[in-house]
Write a protein that binds this ligand. Sequence first.
Ligand code: NAP
Length: 213
Amino acid sequence: MKIAVIGASGFVGENIVNVALSRGHEVIGIFRRNKIKDQNNLKLHKLTIFDEEIFENTIKDADVIISAYNPGYYHVAQAQRFVDGYDVMFKIAKKLNKHIIAVIGSTTLIQYDGELVKNGLVYPKPWIAALAGTDMVYDKYKNEHSIKISFISPAAEVFDGDLTKEFSYGKDHLLYDKLERSRISVQDLAYAIVLEAENPKYINSRFTIAYQK
Ligand SMILES: NC(=O)c1ccc[n+]([C@@H]2O[C@H](COP(=O)([O-])OP(=O)(O)OC[C@H]3O[C@@H](n4cnc5c(N)ncnc54)[C@H](OP(=O)(O)O)[C@@H]3O)[C@@H](O)[C@H]2O)c1
């Protein structure tokens, strides 16, 4: 497949690029400032998604779009910029009639006591603020069924670790392991996202992954 990855230079996005290439896909990698290394089957594009015409032309031949966009934790209006960015990406996905997978936060998942993660004790407050924009995106678009969107909310902790393929899937509830930690390696997260691109199971819904052992 031809997969467009927005945020190809980011923590999550670069791992998605690597997993997609390792599975034989062609990747259109979009980044804003920080170039990643050149690889076979990877076409890198330095652009901002807010240049809509250039962005649309760059992704128009993709079979599927994956967004690991993040305006930056230090953006002056970070939360609103998340929404503005997804407004552009979803508008263009709709126009081109493409499936888009959006990596959002875990803060709108439901924790074990029925409370949303963002209202509970899972995260320190600054982390909740950092994910507020993804919550706004999810609330705005979760019932938008005219666009083929798969949302993924990762485990609470995404760490720089290896591919195990030994994670579990859930929908709206935060998953925990036996030590009551909610964790996933960024490589397993990227792997699950590429599987959703290859064989979509969560269009117009949301899924989560975490280790349960
Ligand atoms: N546990 C959790 O819930 C959890 C954990 C981690 C991540 N996440 C979510 O995963 C997503 C990705 O996070 P991340 O940590 O991977 O972010 P990140 O490392 O900051 O990467 C963001 C990417 O977006 C690109 N970008 C920013 N503005 C752009 C623009 N205007 N046009 C084109 N590209 C642009 C950046 O490019 P440059 O770097 O080149 O500027 C970078 O490649 C976010 O939604 C985040 O909330 C959730």
